[in-house]
Design a protein around this ligand. Structure first.
Ligand code: HEM
Length: 471
């Protein structure tokens, strides 16, 4: 299936934004902009130590649970997902492939998982939003300071609520056997849309909720590295799912050494500081080598067959997904189905940031459009960061142009080494997409992010290598 054809859908990439605007009946709607404000959210600081991962570390549970029994009930349901999924019969292996082979059931079933989630009391969304608005108006500004202490309701709390509702909704959709339902019940849909709107995110499982907000350190003083991190939340659970996610978190942290210096590198280009530009380029190459070393460890504890059969399905969305060709109706929000891409590494800001820093342009429209759409699934602070990097490319801060103009061997070699490492990462990653997905698919399949992924990943890799500068 050609990716270009996949692009044509009634939903459109802005469908979620439009629906959210129309239906977010948020009593604190005026405060919506406050919640999405860049300098107060846990994603606003992009650091050398942890890159795009949030600071402080993600919340383990809603603080509201301390004095709200209904919030505690929702957290308990979240913790029970792996158990409920097993009791209900587990995910449908391999997504729509099995349906194509005629071995799945035809009608959507309502097993114990779906029945349990439907019976939850209304999520305390109004309380969370009004508490957050109050805290943000306070002198501490919503940051987790000593004064705010652990029980303060902050933006972190809204991101935790986003994770909670995203996992519960995707468990409802995908963690029972048989075809998925075409309607998400209001008990899940309404609070999910409202919380997502408040933090300016789409109501779908994103890389931010699946990976960025989903880890804790075993030794709180130790590094964010494999061996010292575990997941906060799983769908089915088990080593393979946990490891798949933790490899992403480790990669995000390792990228920090380079992404946090990208804007400084661009400024150095404008100031003609060649040594600083070379240093920035070397740090990109080093970060990419570290990222490859971590990605190479994926197979240690995440088996390709288990990944394909069990880990992958719950990440799926409802756009370009043959299981839900019309999309999904969010009951209580709209009677029109929404079409949204599922979770994918393409929503990580790291590779987008390196593309921007190195001036790599994906000229083919279908490749560029897909990455642009993935940016809409990132935290607002990261979108703003990528916009700044892209804007800088139109002036003297463009690093690639600077390297071409000054043309010393040292600059060119450092630039080419960074581009070559990015191409190696993409090439290695493409091989993983083949051995973890394409190899097992019995018919053409799309990524959980909805792309025709093998041609797309080849395209991104080839475009990258074409940016190596001639000697
Ligand atoms: C077994 C491991 C992995 C598999 C099977 C896999 C699969 C995929 C697939 C299928 C896509 C196409 C988009 C879609 O979902 O439709 C994709 C895109 C992407 N993934 Fe992964 N992925 C894996 C690990 C990772 C990791 C660890 C990262 C690191 C952050 C990552 C970053 C990306 C990026 C940046 C893209 C966009 C394409 C590009 O810019 O080259 N992936 N991945």
């Amino acid at each position: 299936m050609a990716y270009q054809r996949l692009q044509v859908s009634p939903g459109g990439p802005q469908n979620w934004a439009r629906s959210v605007r129309q239906h977010a009946v948020n009593p604190t709607a005026a405060a919506g902009n406050v919640f999405a404000s860049y300098n107060r959210c846990p994603f606003s600081r992009i650091t050398f130590e942890r890159g795009f991962l949030p600071s402080p570390d993600p919340l383990h549970r809603l603080n509201l649970c301390n004095h709200d029994s209904i919030a505690a009930e929702w957290e308990a349901a979240l913790g029970d997902i792996p158990k409920l999924a097993v009791a209900a019969g587990g995910v449908r292996p391999g997504g729509s492939d099995i349906a194509a082979c005629g071995t799945s059931t035809t009608a959507t079933s309502r097993g114990v998982l779906r029945r349990t989630l439907e019976a939850l009391p209304p999520f305390p969304v109004g309380k969370l939003l009004s508490d957050a608005a109050t805290t943000l108006a306070s002198p501490t500004g919503g940051l987790a300071t000593a004064a705010a202490e652990h029980d303060s309701t902050t933006l972190e709390e809204l991101w935790r609520a986003y994770l909670l509702l995203s996992f519960l909704a995707h468990a409802y959709m995908w963690c029972e056997p048989g075809p998925p339902p075409s309607i998400l019940p209001a008990v899940l849909a309404v609070p999910w849309v409202r919380i997502a709107a408040a933090i300016d995110m789409p109501p779908i499982l994103t890389y931010a909720s699946y990976n960025l907000c989903n880890w804790r350190r075993l030794d709180a003083a130790g590094p964010v590295r494999l061996g010292n991190i575990v997941c906060l939340q799983n769908f089915l659970g088990g080593t393979d799912e946990e490891w798949f996610r933790l490899v992403h978190v480790d990669i995000e942290a390792r990228a920090g050494q380079a992404v946090a210096g990208l804007e400084a590198m661009q400024r150095a280009a404008a100031e003609g500081d060649s040594d600083a530009v070379v240093a920035g380029l070397i740090s990109i190459a080093e970060a990419l080598r570290d990222m490859q070393a971590t990605l190479a460890r994926m197979g240690e504890k995440c088996d390709p067959y288990i990944y394909y059969q069990r880990v992958r399905t719950p990440m799926s969305g409802w756009r370009n997904n043959p299981d839900l060709p019309q999309g999904l109706v969010y009951e209580g929000v709209s009677t029109e189905p929404m079409q949204l891409y599922g979770e994918t590494g393409a929503q990580s800001s790291v590779v987008h940031a390196f593309d921007a820093g190195l001036g790599i342009q994906h000229d083919q429209v279908w490749l560029r459009d897909y990455l642009d759409t993935m940016v809409l699934h990132m935290p607002p602070a990261h979108r703003a960061f990528l916009r700044r990097l892209a804007t800088a490319n139109s002036g003297p801060t463009n690093v690639r142009s600077y390297v071409q103009r000054v043309a010393t061997a040292e600059l060119r070699d450092a630039y080419n080494a960074a581009v070559e490492e990015l191409e190696r990462f993409r090439s290695q990653h493409r091989a993983f997409a083949h051995s973890y997905i394409a190899k097992w698919a019995r018919k053409e399949t799309t990524g959980t992010g909805g792309s025709d992924f093998m041609p797309a990943l080849t395209g991104y890799k080839d475009t990258t290598s074409r940016h190596v500068l001639p000697q």
